[in-house]
Design a binder for this molecule. Structure first.
Ligand code: HEC
Length: 121
């Protein structure tokens, strides 16, 4: 129930953002706007705020440094094969997906433990 309320709130926030005209972007994608959309439409609830992945029936995959091309992400989000909810154009435009793509590629992803001083005294 709490999760449904969270999704409803995210959906409302996103609708308000659309009404405010907050969604124009170039084909290349805008990582800053992509981050806002990633949070507004709820991707983070399963994939984590830093794209680290890890929630739901089985771990939702990490998305940081996503290898999928932007066209692939658009096709995937319209009709996900397994456990993910589909994102129709009315909810998430192609430009907004391009922004999310740019955001995901801007995330650092996993850090090599050898580069963390605290772990390597
Ligand atoms: C309700 C949980 C949930 C939400 C919300 C969600 N995902 Fe997912 N996602 C999953 C799960 C579980 C998988 C892996 C299984 C599958 O393909 O359905 C997945 C898979 C993916 C993959 C494939 C990754 C790979 O390496 O194969 C991408 C890309 C992705 N999600 C992007 C997104 C984006 C972008 C959003 C928001 C627009 C989003 N997801 C929202 C749960 C979710």
């Amino acid at each position: 129930m709490k999760q449904i309320v969270t999704y409803a709130a995210a959906g409302l926030a996103f609708a308000l953002a659309c009404l405010a005209g907050a969604s124009t972007a170039s084909a290349a994608g805008d990582a800053t706007k992509g981050k806002e959309t990633f949070l507004a439409v709820g991707c983070f609830t399963c994939h984590g705020r830093a794209g680290e992945g890890g929630r739901l029936n089985y771990p939702a995959p990490p998305l940081a440094q996503l290898q999928m091309p932007v066209e692939g992400l658009q096709v995937f989000l319209r009709d996900p094969p397994n456990d993910m909810p589909p994102y129709v154009k009315e909810v998430l435009s192609d430009d907004e997906i391009a922004n999310i793509h740019a955001f995901l590629q801007s995330l650092p992803g996993r850090v090599d433990p050898k580069t963390i001083p605290l772990l390597n005294p």
